[in-house]
Design a protein around this ligand. Structure first.
Ligand code: C2E
Ligand code: CA
Ligand code: CA
Length: 694
């Protein structure tokens, strides 16, 4: 560098200019030195900074302001040499004031040249930066303390991936001493299973490590060979000299990840059996081609009963044993999941390959039927209903298959099939129809779209003693629907109780408007209870409410029960029956003879009426056996204080035969079809007999 460029006029009379310039800058020490470093001018700023006046300093070598160590190494001279070499040089360091105290000086030294290119001396600008330096030092020290103390591993790498610096936490994390760590390569700490390892090796090798992806998870390798999962925060930085380096903050997340994994596992697995649950099934089969596979929906028969009789612990033990068998004994590649308490799902990936549906079902059911040995109970054997859905194409979704298999298992549970059922298109369609009807029925119930017909029940003279409420559904598109069609829909949809409540209320509301018989007696309303039974606490509430609302006399209410609701009746139910009987309510047993109950059992209940099923009535005029049966029923009924009503009386012959064996009341088309409410009222008002002419 040539000396003539320097100074911009300083060359002419530099000392004077510097002096004038320097006197106005009290913040700075501005002074000149001769080529040997002897002070030739000294401004007031220099006086202030060093505490030494110009007359003491001018003529002295500048080395008096340096520490003895600096002087011993020739440091003051070295600075001048550098300024000569480069034109100017900057420096920072401790200097000494006149009183011996130190200050941190920031120094710029510029070489001064004559026009002939001879070194004339140096101009210097020195500033006291003690405060700034102290501050910087303090924060550096703090930073260093933090670096050392922080429990999170930190490493500084050069652009080729060699470790330049690391803190104790990183050493501890990776299991090396600081000495072992120093100079190690970044890839030395990466686990061989880390898929990114080759890329990293390559990019660091080329001196171009990845500059992006500030947060990433990586498998690291400890000195003892153990694998760690670490979250790495990576930042690229540049040193003042222009070198790039990488700071890596490294946090061990092995345990955290393990816990997350565990949560995820239990969210998708059943805690009791460890089997995947419904949610996991979606994940397990997410990318599977389902075509040709079969889903078997297995429902343990009567599990609730087993649970109730053996206790919950034994129930759990049983479920675990079944899960263990299915997991262990089914062919490889099959999936077993638990859908609900006693419902398992088996997925067979290839039905044809496994020998066909029957073979597959047999395999699964035999597994379930094998005797189970429970700890504190005798060995038991269970049975299961199985619904099968076969994926015919790869379009079949898990949801569809599950729904179909579920529909098929319902078929078995309803007794429509034995052992197992395979979902067919017809079954799926009927299931869809069922769902549709169910929702329509729900709406109809809410909007009170169901109407009641009434069928008179007459005595031997044809006088109407009572009327049975028979429900009808006026469907907007399908027209009039009979209970035989929609009661099963209500039952499957859990709507039967609601329907019972509705009918009960409407029937009582209408019955209060019926005129009395010619002899002044009131006509009774006979109401069918399908789901509500006397054991239901709700029944008495609904009755209380309806009676309070309508003001109907309790004595006009007849409740028709089916035999099954008597068989399972609780002690409380019996109490309710007695209580209602005391209020005047009568109970009838409907469809008598179709169930299993014997008259002997019936006498335990406060029953007043036995309705002899249409099945016996139909042949009563032609088949003497049926006539004998009816006669026996009537005799026994009378013996236990009941009266009989014959149902479905269609012909005068039947009527005669029944009257002959002591039946006292009759119901059937011979007397009247079920009629609308208005028509029943007209019939009652006319007071005429329902007996056919002649
Ligand atoms: P159910 O209680 O035995 O009612 C008598 C059934 O026999 C009625 O059928 C009635 O229309 C029919 N029927 C009456 N006389 C004759 C006859 O001479 N010949 C023939 N072949 N049939 C006759 P419906 O109304 O279709 O009711 C069928 C069943 O639905 C009833 O049998 C009853 O179990 C149930 N049901 C009807 N209405 C209700 C209701 O409001 N609630 C409940 N829970 N069940 C009801
Ligand atoms: Ca009935
Ligand atoms: Ca009946």
């Amino acid at each position: 560098m040539s000396g003539t460029d320097h100074g911009n006029g300083l060359r002419a009379d530099d000392e004077k200019v510097i002096g004038a310039f320097g006197s106005s800058l009290l913040e700075y020490a501005v002074y000149t030195l001769d080529p040997d470093g002897v002070v030739s001018s000294w401004n007031p700023g220099a006086e202030r900074l060093t505490g030494a006046p110009a007359d003491e300093v001018v003529g002295q070598n500048i080395s008096i302001f340096y520490t003895s160590e600096q002087n011993a190494t020739g440091y003051p001279r070295e600075l001048l040499r550098r300024a000569v070499e480069s034109g100017s040089c900057t420096d920072e360091g401790w200097r000494i004031r006149k009183d011996g105290s130190r200050f941190w000086a920031s120094v710029v030294t510029t070489a001064l040249w004559s026009s002939e290119g001879r070194l004339r001396g140096f101009a210097r600008l020195t500033r006291d930066e003690t405060d700034l330096h102290t501050q910087l030092e303090r924060s550096l020290r703090q930073f260093h303390d933090l670096f050392v103390l922080t429990p999170i591993g930190i490493g500084v790498y050069d652009r080729y991936g060699y470790l330049v610096d690391s803190n104790l936490a990183l050493c501890g994390l990776l299991g090396y001493s600081p000495e072992q760590m120093s100079g190690a390569h970044v890839t030395d700490f990466i686990h061989p299973d880390e898929p990114d390892k080759p890329n990293l090796l390559e990019s660091f090798g080329a001196g171009a490590p990845p500059g992006r992806a500030p947060v990433r998870e990586m498998k690291l390798l400890r000195s003892d060979g153990q694998q760690l999962i670490c979250e790495l925060h990576i930042a690229k930085s540049v040193r003042p000299e222009g070198d790039e380096f990488w700071m890596v903050v490294c946090q061990d997340v092995t345990e955290r990840n393990r816990r997350v994994e565990e949560w995820r596992y239990w969210a998708t697995h059943d805690e009791l059996t460890g089997l995947p649950n419904r949610r996991a099934l979606d994940q397990l089969l997410a990318n599977a081609d389902m075509s040709g596979s079969a889903m078997l929906y297995c429902d343990i028969t009567d599990f609730r009963r087993i649970n109730e009789s053996l206790g919950l612990r034994a129930g759990d033990e049983l479920l675990m044993e079944l899960a263990k068998r299915m997991r262990g004994d089914l062919p490889e590649g099959w999936i077993v999941a638990r859908l609900a308490s006693d419902e398992y799902l088996v997925v067979c990936p290839d039905v044809v390959g496994a020998g066909g549906v029957e073979t597959v079902v047999t395999l699964v059911t035999e597994l379930l039927h094998r005797t189970v040995h429970l700890r504190d109970h005798p060995p038991i054997q269970i049975a299961a209903s199985v619904g099968v859905a076969i994926a015919e194409s790869s379009d079949s979704t898990i949801d569809e298959l599950l729904r179909s298999a579920g529909a098929a298992v319902m078929e078995v549970k309803r007794g429509n099939r034995e052992r197992f059922a395979v979902a067919s298109t017809a079954l799926i369609e009927s299931m869809d129809r069922q769902v549709q009807l169910e929702s329509e029925l729900r709406t109809a119930l809410e909007n009170e779209e169901l109407a009641l017909c009434y069928q008179p029940i007459v005595d031997g003279d044809g006088v109407i003693r009572a009327a049975e409420a028979l429900v009808r559904w006026w469907h907007p598109e399908r027209g009039k629907l009979t209970p035989g069609f929609f009661l099963p829909v209500a039952e499957r949809g859990g709507l039967l109780r609601k329907l019972d409540r509705c009918v009960l209320r409407s029937a009582l509301r209408e019955a209060v408007t019926w005129p009395p018989r010619a002899d002044g007696g009131a006509v009774r309303a006979s109401i069918n209870l399908g789901a509500l039974s006397p054991g239901d606490p709700e029944l008495i509430d609904v009755l209380d409410e309806a009676v309070a609302e309508t003001g109907i006399d309790w004595g006009r209410i007849v409740l028709e029960l089916v035999e099954t609701s008597l068989i399972n009746l609780s002690a409380r139910g019996l109490e309710v029956m007695s209580e209602l009987t005391e209020r005047g309510v009568r109970f009838a047993v409907d469809d008598f003879g179709t169930g299993y109950s014997s008259l002997a059992r019936l006498k335990e209940f406060p029953i007043e009426i036995i309705k002899v099923d249409r099945g016996f009535v139909a042949e009563v005029a032609r088949d003497s056996t049926d006539l004998h049966v009816v006669r026996a029923i009537v005799d026994l009924a009378t013996a236990i204080g009941c009266r009989c009503t014959a149902e479905g009386v269609e012909t005068p012959e039947q009527f005669e035969a029944l009257r002959g064996v002591g039946v006292l009341s009759y119901q059937g088309w011979l007397f009247s079809y079920p009629v609308r409410a208005g028509e029943l009222r007209s019939l009652l008002e006319s007071g005429s007999s329902c007996l056919p002419e002649g």
